[in-house]
Design a protein around this ligand. Structure first.
Ligand code: GTP
Ligand code: IMP
Ligand code: MG
Length: 337
């Protein structure tokens, strides 16, 4: 496995958290590092019967043997971080890069402005204003927060040490390609940073030649929250017919749903140099496979969808989500790779 980077291929909320938690349990990586923008993302996972929406701590924490890292590219809201340490019990194995940008109450206040929360539909979590301060070289860093002292690390040194020792490292991206500040669909209705695999590797200090696998996660019926164009958006009636009712993990806002857009998905595979694809919510395509965990449980309808994605995107589809819980997954890697 070596170094695997996991990225979203649509507008975020593809179910990356669920895929990460399943891979963390199955592949037992030694280190799991969170990349991406910051606490604007919410990764939903199920842990010991409880539903968690994690915004700072890597979802791979479910693998209790793994060391956990937050890369320097990730914004840290100390309030969220400490709350999640309590919820996950990860103190002692979670480390934050000393150079992470800190989100302050002022950043959160500024993010509620009419041109941000109003026009763009930002999450209001302070991410854009904090990244702006970082670019202006006036941001506060994690090493300046006394309460974070015991968690600080030089994350690139730590994660590269694992790779030197031939240990596996999993990099957990957030958001999705179509929310990228540069390549998203489309500016200004995007987040405050690039959200593709190369940036996720850079966020945690791993150089491009050390990345072995890039898994891009797509949802069978993509969703979008906030404002901005959604060319394949479906009507509410169709979403109801399909039984899709999704709400944002961070903001609680209703997510709009759409049809799978092969052209945009192909573009995301290119941006990320995808080596594998994970499809989540395959149970929306055929409800009868809900909770399936073996390839032989796939119905012709579900299989036809997977085959079409593979044929159109020319990347092996190796992981299939069949429900929200960690074990609702079909792993085809032995067959496909
Ligand atoms: P961001 O980093 O914020 O983009 O989030 P994410 O990609 O981790 O996704 P998020 O958890 O916000 O949203 C995905 C939703 O789909 C959650 O409610 C998950 O519990 C759910 N989910 C994930 N995989 C599956 C699946 O295979 N089937 C079904 N039915 N639900 C799933
Ligand atoms: P911001 O990242 O909070 O500035 O929000 C900018 C845009 O990105 C808005 O449309 C948000 O809804 C969207 N966005 C940011 N993070 C996520 C995420 O994790 N999932 C889905 N949408 C997101
Ligand atoms: Mg989310």
């Amino acid at each position: 496995m070596g170094c695997t980077v996991l990225a979203g291929g649509q507008w975020g909320d593809e179910g990356k958290g669920k895929i990460i938690s399943a891979l963390a349990l199955k592949d037992e990586p030694s280190a799991i590092a969170r990349a991406g923008v910051g606490p604007n993302a919410g990764h939903t996972i199920y842990y010991k019967g409880k539903k968690l929406g994690l915004r700072e701590i890597p979802c791979g924490f479910v693998q209790e043997k793994a060391e956990l890292y937050i890369g320097a590219g990730v914004l840290v809201d100390p309030e969220v971080f400490f709350k999640e340490i309590d919820a996950t019990g990860t103190k002692g194995r979670i480390f934050v890069d000393k150079r992470c940008t800190i989100i302050t109450p002022e950043h959160k206040r500024l993010d509620l402005a009419p041109d941000l929360k109003g026009k763009i539909g930002t999450t209001g979590t302070g991410c854009g204003p904090a990244n702006s301060d970082r670019a202006l070289r006036r941001a506060k860093l994690a090493q300046e927060v006394p309460e974070l002292a015991e968690f600080l690390a030089d994350v690139p040194v730590e994660v590269n040490k694992f790779l030197d020792k031939k240990k596996d490292v999993l990099v957990e991206g957030t958001q999705g390609s179509l929310l990228s500040l540069y390549y998203g669909y489309e500016y200004p209705f995007v987040t405050s940073k690039d959200t593709n695999a190369s940036t996720f590797a850079a966020d945690v200090g791993i150089g491009p030649r050390r990345v072995d696998e890039v898994i891009v996660v797509f949802k069978s019926y993509p969703s979008r929250v906030g404002n901005g164009p959604f060319p394949s958006q479906m009507t509410k009636e169709r979403a109801n017919e399909l039984g899709i009712h999704e709400y944002g993990t961070v903001t609680g806002r209703e997510r709009a749903s759409g049809e799978f857009d092969f052209d945009l998905a192909r573009y995301s595979c290119m941006l990320n140099s995808a080596t594998q694809i994970a499809i989540t919510c395959l149970d929306y395509v055929d409800r009868s496979i809900t909770g399936a965990s073996e390839a032989k449980q796939l119905t012709p309808k579900a299989k036809a969808f997977v085959d079409k994605v593979e044929k159109e995107l020319k990347v092996p589809v190796t992981l299939l989500g069949t429900g929200p819980e960690t074990n609702h997954i079909i792993d085809l890697r032995d067959e496909k790779l």
